[in-house]
Design a protein around this ligand. Structure first.
Ligand SMILES: C[S@@+](CC[C@H](N)C(=O)[O-])C[C@H]1O[C@@H](n2cnc3c(N)ncnc32)[C@H](O)[C@@H]1O
Length: 447
């Protein structure tokens, strides 16, 4: 496939994401699988889609003086201009004449000569005059939002919650590509054996930086490895791997995973229980429950019982006896995974956060009835928003005096995260270890 086609494919992918027809990470995977792109073209395609999406607000700001007079610009034209500008500013290795030529070719194909002339004119004017400086923006929050392409309301919220310094580091790390990592099924092999096995298959792998169960991959697609296909590896971010460790299920226990699909943490817990006991894995959606079944099958784990159910309506008799441990890995805004899904920062708004924190409360309220006395309840999210994390837990504890924070996280989790543990709560921000941002709380039902 020629590079011009890669760019055209990237414009189409960005259009679908913009129209909310698909999540960036899912769309990228399906487009790559369906096309017969070479690995070099896959890298360029990924870079163009992620890079343009990550920098959307900044690129629009840069384009504004050059496009403000255009009467009406179709969405694909704006996207093509953003993508071309992204290459001009951030990708040194692509010569400008190639960027211009291919932008013009795509314009002719998707539109007509007139649009090609407009696109060419805008790009040449940018080349001549340069983009506007961001230094003149006085308000530090507004400037940071524009520099790192985040909506102002979000940067303001994080600055209120964490201070400007951490917010700046977090916004900057969101610009970097995510690290590929996988969890080793320790029932079958050690992390060292997994690294060596991957090296034999010519993957450039190393031990993880945070989780004792992790390998990280510098190059290559882990799902193509023999170890993955044999169920000995599962794709998961390192911070997310800490959740099952925080639950710490013992052999033969009965565990509820209330929001379980696609099954990452159910599988991890099943592995820690060495295939014994039972994990009841609920999810609201039938097609997602199927993913849990497929993953359990791939890993050869038979102690997982997936069920389609709204965990807010889970009946008391669900477990027969009461559960020893319960995990609520709740639906959330996902602000901790912006590096993987940049569209999240544009798509979610303050109402979403309110709606989600109400659902999170309902989930905890409901499943807490199913836990036996002395049992463990772990609540986790892949967000950094305090309204969905600390505040949900504070509200839950205020209305559930039968629960208290369990202070054993420091015994269960690696030393590196200890500075970020506060009582029974752990908040990892994405820049601490260049992982996803993650929140984990361990609670105990009083005896
Ligand atoms: C953060 S994801 C869980 C990820 C999963 N624990 C893993 O590690 O692979 C949240 C899941 O909760 C599910 N969900 C949302 N509302 C739910 C509800 N009321 N009851 C059960 N599942 C729900 C969503 O469908 C989604 O799959």
């Amino acid at each position: 496939m020629k590079t011009a086609n890669v760019r055209e494919l990237a414009v189409d992918a960005l259009m679908s994401i913009e129209k909310n027809q698909a999540y960036s990470n899912l769309l990228l995977n399906t487009t790559i699988q369906k096309s017969n792109l070479s690995s070099k073209d896959v890298s360029l395609f990924t870079e163009l889609v992620y890079g343009t999406l990550q920098r959307k607000i900044t690129l629009d700001y840069y384009l504004e003086p050059f496009t403000s007079k255009a009467k009406k610009m179709e969405l694909w034209v704006r996207i093509l201009l953003r993508m071309s500008l992204y290459q001009m500013i951030y990708l040194d290795r692509i010569p400008e004449r190639a960027i211009f030529f291919e932008a013009v070719e795509i314009s002719k194909k998707k539109g007509h000569k007139g649009i090609a002339g407009f696109v060419n004119g805008v790009l040449r004017a940018v080349q001549r005059e340069g983009v506007p400086s961001l230094n003149e923006i006085e308000d530090p929050i507004e400037r940071l939002a524009l520099e790192t392409s985040h909506p102002v309301w979000l940067v303001k919220k994080w600055a209120d919650q964490y201070g400007l310094d951490d917010t700046q580091k977090m916004c900057e790390v969101h610009m970097k590509p995510p690290v590929a990592s996988a969890r080793v099924n320790r029932m079958h092999l050690t992390v060292e054996e997994a690294v060596a096995g991957l090296a034999e298959e010519s993957f450039d792998a190393a031990r993880g930086v945070l989780s004792e169960d992790a390998v990280i991959l510098k190059r290559g697609n882990i799902s193509k490895s023999r170890l993955y296909k044999a169920g000995k590896l599962s794709i998961q971010d390192e911070s997310s791997m800490l959740t099952a460790r925080a639950v710490s299920p013992a052999k033969n226990e009965v565990v509820l995973d209330a929001c379980a699909a696609p099954g990452g943490k159910s599988l991890h817990m099943a592995e820690l229980m060495e295939g014994t006991g039972e994990i009841v894995s609920l999810d609201l959606h039938k097609h997602k429950v199927k993913l849990i079944e497929e993953q359990a099958e791939r890993a050869g784990l038979h102690n997982i019982s997936p069920q389609v159910m709204d965990a807010r309506e889970a009946p008391l008799e669900l477990s027969g006896i009461q559960f020893d441990k319960i995990l609520v890995d709740a639906p959330c805004s996902g602000f901790g995974v912006i590096r993987r899904k940049p569209d999240i920062k544009y798509a979610k708004n303050a109402n979403d956060v309110n709606r989600l924190s109400a659902i999170q409360q309902e989930l905890l309220d409901s499943v807490s009835r199913l836990l036996k006395k002395g049992g463990t309840l772990v609540y986790s999210t892949c967000t950094i928003d305090k309204e969905e994390n600390e505040e949900v837990i504070a509200d839950f504890l205020a209305s559930h005096p039968e629960f208290e924070e369990d202070h054993s996280l420091k015994q269960l989790l690696p030393e590196k995260v200890h500075p970020y543990i506060n009582g029974g709560k752990l908040q990892i921000l994405p820049h601490y270890f260049e992982t996803d941002g993650f929140f984990i709380t361990r609670l105990k039902k009083k005896v």
